[in-house]
Every structure is written in C-alpha cells, then in structure tokens.
Design a binder for this molecule. Structure first.
Ligand SMILES: Cc1cc2nc3c(=O)[nH]c(=O)nc-3n(C[C@H](O)[C@H](O)[C@H](O)COP(=O)(O)O)c2cc1C
Length: 227
C-alpha cells in the first residue's frame, strides 16, 4: 500500500509542478488531492468570470501624494479585481506619460484642448464575454483622461453594465458618469465611486471599507466576503 501511495504521490506532485518530494502518508496524498481540486475550482472560477475591471492610471509625481510607485487608480482597480474575482485590464498608452507632474499637466491640457484620442497599446480580445465592466480612471482637468474616451469608443458596449470609479484630488466624479453615458449610450452606467488619491496612498486600509460598501451596494460582492 505504501509503495502504491508513494508512486501516486510522486505522480501528483509532478502533475502540479511541485518539485519537493516528501515522505508519503495517506494524509499527505489526500492533502495533495485537495490542493489540486481547489486549484481546479479556482481556475474554473477565473475562466468563468464575466466581470472585467479596466483602468487607466499613472505612476510618478502627482497632486498631494508626492512621487508614487503605483498610481492610485491602479491600487483601487487591483483591489477590486481581487475582491470580486474579476479579470483586470490596464489601458496602456502607446506613448508613455512623463513622471513629472508639471510636464503631465501640460500634455493633459493639450490633449483635452485638442479633443485628442491618445493611442492604446493593448486590446481586449474577448471583450464580448464580459457583461459587467468596472471602469477606473483619474480625474484630469475635471474630466476623464482622453485615452479613456478612446477606450470607450474602441469597443461595443451595447447591453453592458458599467460601474465607474475614479481617484481625484478634490473634484469627485466631476460629471464623468454623464460623459460615459454620452460616449456609450448603449450601456447602462451605474452610480460611480470617487476616492481621493491621497486616501488611497496614505490610508488604504480605511479606504477599503468604502470600496467594499460600494461593491456590496451594487451586488458585486457578498457582505460575508467583506468580513
Ligand atoms: C494632468 C492632471 C490633471 C489633474 N486634474 C485634476 C482635477 O481637475 N481635479 C482633481 O480633483 N484632481 C486632478 N488631478 C489629480 C488626480 O486626479 C489624482 O492625483 C489621481 O488620484 C491620480 O490617479 P492615478 O495615480 O491613478 O493616475 C490631476 C492630475 C493630473 C496628473
């Protein structure tokens, strides 16, 4: 029996990519089996997610937060995707934005004045599979960055539900929910969630409860999960 278990264990360990071969007992075999089942379940869950978190965010110098390694909207987007078990997509510009806040202000202002559509480097091939899209962006000059308009215009949002969230320096959502509605009239656009970049960078643990509440109110997360 021990020999059979030993062979089985080696097979199991190989099949899940674990390199360590340990002493074999019936207990360890069943623990391995449980791990495999859990992994399969997780993969199924990930594969069947019809929720997508899309965000645009920028690292570097910013208003009231200094020079940040990770943009505030990205921090929120990653937290939401992990919490609701959604897929995550970052809108990456073809032309990277500068780290300097002053330079960024000039570029963003010019893009807005020109009603520009900065090019996006990456695409979502399976966009049709998503019904629910949580869209995150920073406020730039009281609006969404122009690259987010480009994103919205690049896909067919008919029949999709959009939950907007932003990070900002005091402007809140600043009319962006209506701008999304105007840009993608075929979508249902829900109430947005505004969070200050400062709260994200300095007190993210406290900020999580505000995000959780919004997710729960929108039936995107069970209240049990948040405990
Ligand atoms: C070019 C630019 C313009 C901005 N304009 C505004 C604004 O009009 N209102 C506001 O509240 N915050 C404004 N901010 C602050 C950002 O919205 C805020 O720092 C946000 O959290 C940045 O998100 P991110 O780190 O994900 O890029 C601006 C920041 C930049 C870089």
């Amino acid at each position: 029996m021990k020999k059979i278990l030993s062979i089985l264990s080696v097979l199991l360990l190989c099949s899940c990519g674990t390199t360590q071969v340990s002493d074999v007992t019936e207990e360890s075999v069943s623990a391995e089996e449980e791990t495999i089942t859990e992994t399969e379940e997780q993969t199924d869950e990930q594969e069947s997610s019809n929720i997508l978190v899309v965000y645009f965010s920028r690292a570097g110098e910013n208003w009231e937060v200094g020079n940040v390694e990770k943009g505030s909207t990205r921090i929120v987007a990653e937290y939401i995707a992990e919490t609701v078990g959604a897929d995550l997509f970052e809108i990456v510009p073809v032309e990277p934005y500068p780290e300097s806040y002053e330079e960024m202000l000039e570029i963003a202002s010019a893009e807005q004045n020109e009603n520009a559509r900065p090019e996006i480097l990456n695409t979502i091939d399976n966009f049709d599979e998503y019904e629910t899209i949580l869209l995150g962006y920073p406020i730039w000059y009281a609006d969404m960055p122009m690259i987010v308009y480009n994103f919205l215009e690049s896909y067919d949002f008919t029949g999709k539900t959009i939950y907007p969230f932003d990070t900002h320096g005091g402007s809140g959502l600043s009319g962006t929910v209506n701008h999304i509605k105007e840009t993608v009239p075929g979508a249902e656009v829900k109430e947005g969630l505004p969070i200050t970049g400062k709260a994200v960078q300095n007190q993210f643990e406290d900020t999580k409860s505000v995000i959780n509440e919004w997710l729960i109110n929108n039936d995107l997360m069970d209240s049990v999960k948040s405990l």
